[in-house]
Design a protein around this ligand. Structure first.
Ligand SMILES: *Cc1c(COP(=O)(O)O)cnc(C)c1O
Length: 485
C-alpha cells in the first residue's frame, strides 16, 4: 500500500465519560474548609442531571483524544473542491483573539468602539479593492446568506423601478445554494445548461433572458474549475434587457488580484471570507459572506453601514432604500478580524501570488492525473479540476469507493458527485498552500488506488478498511447519528 501522510492504522478507542467515571473521583482540589459545615435542603437542589465522577486526567485525556480524531488542514491535505480548505496562518487566529477585540461588547457605543469600526471600514475598502466593486456590507454570515442578501437587494431594485421580474437564470453547474437563495426571495430558478465545453454559451443566455427575468447568477470560475470566458458578453446581454448579474465569488481564491469583477459586468458578488481569507471552516462553523456591489445598488445594502466622519467612525442605521438588517450586530466579527489580518499580512502582491499558485497547483494535479482518471472537460482549469470515475466503472469501481480508499491512506477525500453535470464527479482543489512534494504524494496515492481498481476491486469496494468505523450508510449516519465512541 502506498502510504500518505497522517495516521494510517491508528485506531483509537474512547468510551463515553459516563462509562469511564467511578464514584468518588474528583477533578479539583480545594483548600480545607475553615467555616462550619452546613447542610443544604435537598428540596432546594432538586434532582439535576446525573453527572459521573471523574478525575482531572480522565477529562483531559478524553477530550484530547477526541480532538485528535478530528481531521483538519493542520493534520493533512484536505482537497475538498469548491471549499478552499487552505492552511490558515496562526497569526490570524492570534489577532482574532486579541483581548481588546475579542472581549469588546457589541452593544458598546460607537465612541468606545472606534478600533473595531475602523477595522470594519478598512476591511470593506480592502474587499472593494480586491473585487473592483464600489460598496460592501460585512453583515451576511455565510456565502448563502450573501446570496440571499443580494437577491433581496435585486428585488428591492426592481420594486423601486416598478418592474415585475420573477425568474432568474441559474447555470447547471451552480452550487445548490444559488437556486435556494433565489427561491427564498420568491424568484423561480430557470436552469441554464452549460455549453459543451463546460462553460456558458452567450446564445443560451440570449434565448432565455427576457423582461420577466431578474438576471443571472454566475459562479466564475465555475464549479468545474473553468473560467467563464464569455462573462463580459453574458453580462452585456443581461444588462441590455434591464437585468442584473449576480456573481457567486466562492471561487475568489483563483482570481484575487487578477480579475476585476466589476469590469466583468457583475452587479453584486459575495465573498466567502472563511474560504478565501483565512478562517478555519468545515462542520458549519462561523463564516462570513460579505456582499460587494456597484454604486447603483449601494443604497439597498443592509444597515447599519460604517461611515467615517470628522468625529470618527459611526454606524449609520437610517437608509430609505436599505433592505434592513440581515444579521445581529455586524456579522461574525472574529471571521472579519482574521480576514483583515490575512489581507494586511499578505499585501496585494502576495494575494495575487496566492491565486496564481492555487491555479498552478490545480493545473499540476490535473496534468498528472490525466492518464489515471477521465477528465470531464479537457480545457485549462483554474484552482480546481473535475475528473470522473468513467475509466474505473468498467471494473465496477465508483467515485465513492476511491474517495473512501483515500481515507485509508490518510487523506480527506475530495468533493464527490458535485457538480451534478459530471456523472461520478471527483472535484479536487489542492489550494496554494500545498507544496509540490505533498501534491506528488497525493497524486501517487490516487494513482495507486486507480491501479487497485483494476487489480483488487473487492477490497476497494469495502474501503475504508483500516478505520475504526467502516463504510457507513451515509443517509442514516446524517439522519440518525450515533454519537457513541
Ligand atoms: C461554499 C459555496 C457557496 C456557499 O457558501 P457558504 O458560506 O457555505 O454558505 C456558494 N457557492 C459556491 C460555489 C461555494 O463553493
Amino acid at each position: 500500500m502506498t502510504h500518505g501522510p497522517g495516521t494510517n492504522g491508528l485506531i483509537l478507542e474512547e468510551p463515553l465519560l459516563w462509562e469511564k467515571g467511578k464514584p468518588g473521583r474528583v477533578a479539583y482540589s480545594l483548600p480545607h474548609r475553615d467555616v462550619p459545615e452546613e447542610t443544604v435542603d435537598q428540596n432546594l437542589l432538586g434532582d439535576g442531571p446525573e453527572f459521573t465522577d471523574l478525575g482531572e486526567l480522565d477529562v483531559v485525556r478524553h477530550y484530547t483524544r477526541l480532538s485528535q480524531w478530528n481531521f483538519g488542514i493542520d493534520t493533512g491535505m484536505y482537497p475538498l473542491g469548491s471549499c478552499t480548505m487552505k492552511y490558515n496562518p496562526k497569526i490570524n487566529e492570534k489577532m482574532a483573539a486579541t483581548a481588546g477585540l475579542a472581549s469588546a461588547h457589541p452593544l458598546l457605543e460607537a465612541g468606545l468602539s472606534q478600533g473595531i469600526l475602523k477595522l470594519y471600514y478598512e476591511l470593506e475598502q480592502f474587499l472593494s479593492a480586491i473585487t473592483g466593486m464600489d460598496a460592501v456590507s460585512l453583515q451576511p454570515s455565510a456565502g448563502a446568506q450573501g446570496e440571499l442578501t443580494a437577491m433581496l437587494m435585486f428585488a428591492a431594485y426592481f420594486r423601486k423601478k416598478g418592474e415585475q421580474r420573477t425568474k432568474i437564470l441559474i447555470p447547471d453547474t451552480a452550487h445548490g445554494t444559488n437556486p435556494a437563495s433565489a427561491a427564498l426571495c420568491g424568484f423561480t430558478a430557470i436552469p441554464l445548461a452549460s455549453g459543451k465545453h463546460g462553460i456558458l454559451d452567450p446564445t443560451a443566455v440570449e434565448e432565455l433572458m427576457d423582461d420577466e427575468t431578474v438576471g443571472i447568477m454566475v459562479t466564475n470560475p465555475n464549479t468545474l474549475g473553468l473560467f467563464e470566458e464569455h462573462i463580459r458578453e453574458i453580462t452585456d446581454i443581461v444588462h441590455s434587457r434591464g437585468g442584473l448579474v449576480y456573481g457567486d465569488g466562492a471561487n475568489m481564491n483563483a482570481i484575487m488580484g487578477v480579475v476585476d469583477i466589476k469590469r466583468c459586468g457583475i452587479d453584486a458578488v459575495h465573498l466567502n471570507l472563511h474560504k478565501t481569507f483565512s478562517t478555519p471552516h468545515g462542520g458549519g462553523g462561523p463564516g462570513s459572506g460579505p456582499v460587494c456591489v456597484t454604486a447603483e445598488l449601494a443604497p439597498y445594502l443592509p444597515v447599519p453601514r460604517v461611515a467615517r466622519t470628522d468625529e470618527g467612525y459611526v454606524l449609520e442605521t437610517q437608509s430609505a432604500e436599505s433592505i434592513g438588517r440581515v444579521h445581529g450586530f455586524f456579522g461574525n466579527v472574529s471571521v472579519l478580524i482574521r480576514a483583515y489580518s490575512y489581507i494586511l499580512s499578505m499585501g496585494p502582491n502576495n494575494l495575487k501570488k496566492a491565486s496564481q499558485l492555487a491555479v498552478l497547483n490545480g493545473a499540476y494535479v490535473k496534468a498528472r492525473l490525466l492518464d489515471t482518471f477521465d477528465l470531464a472537460y479537457d480545457r485549462p482549469c483554474m484552482h480546481e479540476c473535475v475528473f470522473s470515475d468513467a475509466r474505473q466503472l468498467p471494473f465496477k469501481i465508483t467515485t465513492l469507493d476511491m474517495a473512501k480508499r483515500l481515507i485509508d491512506h490518510g487523506y480527506h477525500p475530495p468533493t464527490i458527485y458535485f457538480p451534478l453535470v459530471v456523472s461520478g464527479a471527483i472535484m479536487i482543489e489542492p489550494t496554494e498552500t500545498e507544496c509540490k512534494d505533498d501534491l506528488d504524494s497525493f497524486i501517487e496515492v490516487f494513482q495507486a488506488i486507480a491501479q487497485e481498481a483494476e487489480n483488487d476491486g473487492e477490497r476497494l469496494r469495502q474501503a475504508p478498511v483500516i478505520t475504526k468505523v467502516r463504510r457507513l450508510d451515509e443517509t442514516q449516519a446524517a439522519r440518525k447519528p450515533c454519537l457513541r465512541g
